[in-house]
Design a protein around this ligand. Structure first.
Ligand code: MG
Length: 249
């Protein structure tokens, strides 16, 4: 694995699509959520002005930028409001993509999840902070792991759960993956896998990081890649990556 400063112009040959994960890459990790009865309080993060400029510049250079996140569309649209003209948004772990105001749905999870949601809602545990509003996957924020959630999902053969240190993402095995959303987007854009560079930092990024030509990891302990960027320090990994691409391209 090479450090990002070793990325050369030659490495970028043929790259047309840059895929950016959000949490831990474009913004710091951590979602503030509180739920009391029917009242949910959820913090909306904004991307920094510098990243807005970087995305615009990459777009000017001919790159398509895809934001690929476990978050919901309503949230991503708010976060990326200033650059919606320049990006597509693949959301809820590859379930669908928003592009130029249109929604392309990649998977129908309704029948897979409808019976498990009430079972999960019945679980009462001090670690559970709240259910993040989602359309296609289930995300439960917790202060720590909750065995009861894991055993409900373990009984569902078609479902997976990913514990990322702050929340459980629950979805359909081999169907609700960021990689599936990315592969569908590549064909919508008329591109090939060799045209793709991906940056991610977490367990739900693993499959999508092996889709393209280049993978950049923002957390070597969780996911591997061809290049790495430090998670620590003031600058966010996406900032460092975009600066590097703009410098060499
Ligand atoms: Mg992430």
């Amino acid at each position: 694995m090479k450090h990002i400063t070793e990325m050369s112009k030659d490495d970028l040959k043929g790259i047309k699509l840059i895929v950016l994960d959000v949490d831990g890459v474009l913004v710091k990790r951590g979602t503030k959520i509180k739920q009391k009865g029917n009242l949910t309080t959820l913090e909306t993060k904004k991307i920094a002005n510098k990243q807005i400029e970087q995305i615009k510049q990459l777009s000017k250079k001919g790159f398509h930028i895809n934001i690929n996140s476990g978050r919901g569309l309503y949230m991503l649209q708010e976060m990326f409001r200033e650059v919606l003209e320049f990006v597509s948004l693949t959301y809820e772990n590859g379930s669908a993509t928003w592009f130029n105001g249109k929604i392309i749905q990649h998977i129908n999870s309704f029948n897979f999840l409808k019976n498990v949601i009430p079972k999960l809602k019945r679980i009462k545990h001090k670690n559970i902070k709240g259910f993040e509003p989602k359309e296609f996957i289930i995300t439960i924020h917790c202060t720590n792991r909750v065995k009861a959630i894991e055993s409900v999902i373990a009984k569902e053969k078609e479902l997976y759960y990913i514990w990322n240190g702050e929340a459980y993402d629950i979805g359909v095995k081999n169907k609700q993956l960021k990689s599936i959303g990315l592969i569908k987007l590549i064909s919508v854009l008329g591109l090939k896998r060799k045209n793709v560079l991906v940056i991610g930092d977490n367990y739900n990024d693993r499959e999508m990081m092996s889709v393209g030509k280049i993978a950049v990891t923002a957390d070597k302990k969780r996911v591997t890649g061809d290049f790495y960027v430090e998670l620590k320090g003031k600058k966010l990994p996406a900032d460092i990556l975009m600066a590097r691409i703009l410098k060499i391209k």
